[in-house]
Structure formats: C-alpha cells, structure tokens
Design a protein around this ligand. Structure first.
Ligand SMILES: Nc1ncnc2c1ncn2[C@@H]1O[C@H](COP(=O)(O)OP(=O)(O)OP(=O)(O)O)[C@@H](O)[C@H]1O
Ligand SMILES: [Mg+2]
Length: 335
C-alpha cells in the first residue's frame, strides 16, 4: 500500500540518507533539493549533496556553490556540490608522488604517466572521487540527514557491483601473495624487492577503496538507514526503465523505497476550452501512462508532482515542491 512520503519520515527515524536515482533530466536534482528543504523545515540538519559537473544545485538554489565546500542556505539546510574533476586531479598527483617515492625516481616514465592520465578519464575514477567525498561527509556525522543527488542512471549505483568486483580483485592479489610466500624463491624475491613492496602498496590501496565501497554497499542495501527513490515521468520509456531498474535493484539487494512521478500535467487543464490540440494530446498521453503506472508500479508510487509552468528554482519554490512531494493525496489517476 502506498503512503505519503511525510508519513515515512515521521515513522522511520533511523533513515538518515535518501538517494534519488533515475534517468537523466526527469527531476532527481529537483526532488533532492525539495526533500532537503522539507527536512530542514522540520528542524533536521539536512545536507543536499551533488557531484554534478553541471552545477545543477547551484542552478536550482540560485547560488554558486560548485566546488566551494558546504554552504548553509537557510537554517538547517546545507548544500554541497563537489568538483569531482578537481579531486581526481589531486588524486592523480598523489599517485604520481607515491610512485616516485616507491621507486625512488624523480620523473614518472612516459607510458606510466599516460596510463595515469587515461585512468582519470574513466567514469569509475569520477565515481571513486564521489564516494570518497560522500564517505568523508558521512563519517563526519555533522548532519542529521544526507540527500545524495545522483548523476543519471547507470553511473549512480554501480558502486554496489564495483565493491564486488574489487573483492574478487583483492582476493586474487592476496592469493598470489600467499602463493609467492609458499613457493617463494628467495633469489627471485630479492631481485623483485622493489616490485613486491609496490604490490603491497597497491594491495593496501585496493583494500582502502574496498573498505569505502563496502561501506556504501552496506548503507545502500540497508533499507532502514537509506531511502532509495526513483524519479520517473508518465512516458513509455520511463516505465520500461523502471521495470529494468527494479530487476537490477533486486540483484543488488537494494530495496526501492518509492517511485516519484514527476512532471505530470494537471488533468484539470483538460476542462479548458483554450487548451489546444497539442497540449490536449500530451495530457491524454500522460493519463494513459499514469493508468499503466498505477497498475504496474502502484505499490511503489509515493508522490506525484505536477508539471509547473516554469522550472522549480529558488528557496521558496523548492520549499513548495517539497510540500507537494511530501504530502501527496495518494491518487495516481482520477478514479
Ligand atoms: N515538475 C516540474 N515542472 C517543471 N519543470 C521541472 C519539473 N521537475 C523538473 N523540472 C525541470 O526539468 C529539468 C530537469 O530537472 P532536474 O535537473 O531536477 O533533473 P535531473 O534528473 O536531476 O537531471 P540530470 O539527470 O541531468 O541530473 C530542470 O530544468 C528542472 O527545472
Ligand atoms: Mg541532476
């Protein structure tokens, strides 16, 4: 049975994190901002966190916060937009320094440097920098609630599967290490001393990353602590995507807390004589998909947000969206 989002937050006090996932451009950032604003109004120190290089929280809250650390927008409402690229650049520099120290060289060989540069372009690096920042924030326990505004789907929740891949990788390295010790030929080891200590460093590094990812895996799959939402719109592709996502979540042991249906044209508009065919068609199309959503995802829907006549922006309007999202009347369709 569906219930409104505000009820969920009045009864689930252990929930400290909310994540909005979904395809690009449907309203993840808007919903993240709206929930943060609502929670802050209820007196909870809420942090809305994003890693979007497009600085969309800056845009929504109409304040330049990108790469500027955490900012208090109003009482209890904090926002932070990290500059992941900058973090990656710093991280790259650290790796270069480590390699130099490890092997006692002043100059990184060209091929290795190229490898480091290429690795930085990997989406996984971006994610790793993101999780790093997120883990740091969570560990600080400075806030009562964290809303993580995710990048578009596919990237946002790979951390769970990444943790598993890293597990295998670390196991493999540890096994190799054990075997080297068991069958170890000391002459070989003396020769390879530098390389071996390099491998140790690498293993430590991997274990560190694994720890961080494991921390997220535990959090994201703990439905008591984390509320996991999907944002959709009443369109065919969005419904198909949600079905696929539900399968994927099930495989990752993630429980979906709710589905937010966004950008729904008010049905009352159909009563207007001056509506025009174009808008009428669109509204009727949405109504058709809302029926399908009710049938297929009805149990998950926790909010329906109307399409506004402008982009929701600024503290006042975001607070209004928050009230609408949290206090849905429970109806997906009219009847
Ligand atoms: N209910 C709504 N009514 C009108 N405009 C909306 C509504 N919800 C979102 N928008 C607008 O749609 C655009 C996309 O919304 P938003 O940035 O929240 O989506 P997103 O899922 O975070 O996108 P991305 O995947 O690019 O991060 C924005 O311009 C936003 O202002
Ligand atoms: Mg966004």
């Amino acid at each position: 049975m569906t219930s409104k989002m505000s009820d969920y937050y009045s009864s689930n006090h252990d929930t400290k994190i909310a994540v909005f996932a979904g395809k690009g451009g449907l309203g993840k950032t808007t919903c993240s901002a709206a929930l943060s604003s609502w929670l802050a109004k209820k007196g909870r120190r809420a942090l809305c966190f994003s890693t979007d290089p497009q600085a969309s929280l800056s845009d929504i809250f109409e304040k330049d916060i990108f790469g500027k650390g955490r900012q208090e927008l109003q009482e209890s409402l904090y926002v932070m937009e990290i500059d992941a690229d900058k973090r990656i650049a710093i991280f790259q520099e650290e790796i270069r320094q480590k390699i130099k120290d490890m092997y006692g060289i002043d100059e990184i060989p060209r091929e290795i440097d190229e490898y480091i540069t290429a690795a930085a372009a990997e989406p996984a690096m971006h994610e790793s920098a993101t999780y790093d920042a997120m883990a740091g924030l969570l560990a600080s326990q400075e806030f009562d609630f964290y809303v993580f505004d995710m990048p578009p789907f596919g990237h946002g929740i790979r951390m769970v599967s990444m943790a598993r891949i890293l597990d295998m990788w670390i196991d493999k390295m540890e096994e190799t290490r054990r075997m080297a010790q068991e069958y170890g030929d000391s002459a070989y080891r003396i020769q390879q001393k530098g390389a071996a200590s390099g491998q140790d460093e690498m293993l430590n590094e991997l274990q560190e990353i694994r720890k961080k990812l494991g921390f997220f895996q535990d959090l994201l799959t703990d439905s008591k602590r984390t509320a996991f939402y999907m944002v959709i719109v009443p369109e065919k592709m969005a419904i198909l995507d949600t079905r696929r996502a539900l399968d994927m979540f099930a495989q990752m042991d993630i429980t979906l807390t709710g589905v937010v249906v966004n950008q729904v044209y008010p049905r009352e508009l159909l009563k207007r004589d001056d509506l025009g065919d174009f808008l009428r068609e669109r509204i009727e199309m949405q109504q058709k998909y809302l029926v399908q959503i009710e049938k297929e995802l009805g149990n998950y829907v926790c909010a329906v947000i109307p399409m506004f006549d402008r982009e929701p922006k600024g503290l006042k309007m975001i607070a209004e969206v928050g009230d609408i999202m949290m206090n849905w009347d429970g109806k997906i369709t009219e009847d």
